[in-house]
Design a protein around this ligand. Sequence first.
Ligand code: AMP
Ligand code: MG
Length: 344
Amino acid sequence: MNTLCLSAADPQAAPIAAKIIREGGLVAIPTETVYGLGANGLDEQAVAKIFEAKGRPQDNPLILHVARPEEMERFCHHIPKEAYLLAEKFWPGPLTIVLPARDIVPKRTTGGLSTVAIRCPASEVTREMIRLAGVPVAAPSANISGKPSTTTAQHVLHDHDGRIDAVIDGGACSVGVESTIVDLTEKPARLLRPGGITPEQLTEVLGELTIDEAVTSQIDPTKVVKAPGMKYRHYAPAASVVIVSGSREKAAEYVHRYFEPGDRVLCFEEELPLYADCDPLSYGRESDVNTLSAGLFDALRILDDPQIHRVYARCPEGGGVAYAVQNRLKKAAAFHIVDAEAAL
Ligand code: AMP
Ligand code: MG
């Protein structure tokens, strides 16, 4: 199969991609979070192709993308007022809401669950494609399962060239980490995955928010969990990743003590001079956390090289978007964190 590469700037991109979706094909779509691998979310056979292309476990549900917030009512029922409040404030945008699914949503899409995760993405070309297709588009991140997510069309082609029908190239994703997922089927609402919409922003609207344990700790893969995607190892390059916490100086001292040939350092731009002799890679500025979220997956992909043995990574502290960066990096590290202050 020849994978068609469509430019988001081309007025024909949305109509061509919409036709592929209607005919049951796979289109990788740009969004503000990461590139998704999309198919007609109401067509079981089309959805099955997503799982096959990604090598994704069948019980890991997909997110249903809609062109307009009002479409939530077509696919969900028993919608609490909080869902409308969140949709009004954060859609189109990087927030996914989990609600009870209507029967029209196939079990393939929901991974067998009675709930569905729904989102209205910000990307204009993607929303236009969904509108023209006339069906909701089910899409997980477009990476091969377990690998760092895709934040450019080049990442998508690296993983799927010749195996999917098309990709729409909309440039690099602005947020760079997957959407925030909030489950509104229980009270208080539960944060299943942090992202570009922060816990602080959600709490402002919802009053109360429970943080699921899958956000902050390694989950036993045999356990039944609320967010099935969170139990699998994720976002990981081939090398083992170790997060080194503590002050700049102590962390650099720790890394220099244990660094061996074949290791790499993933750090903030401000820290590059401290690791000049360790072949460091920066993923953004500590002083601007949005550059870290936008740069994280590209950096993890560069480090996904069998020659690299270990990656010592620096992780931002605090809440807001830093909370999402911490979550992805900790998962990539399988929660292997050393405190340089205590270890030295
Ligand atoms: P991805 O964006 O590739 O990580 O895939 C979609 C994510 O949404 C996965 O982590 C899923 O576990 C999560 N998800 C999708 N549907 C549901 C649902 N009904 N309940 C909880 N989590 C969901
Ligand atoms: Mg994913």
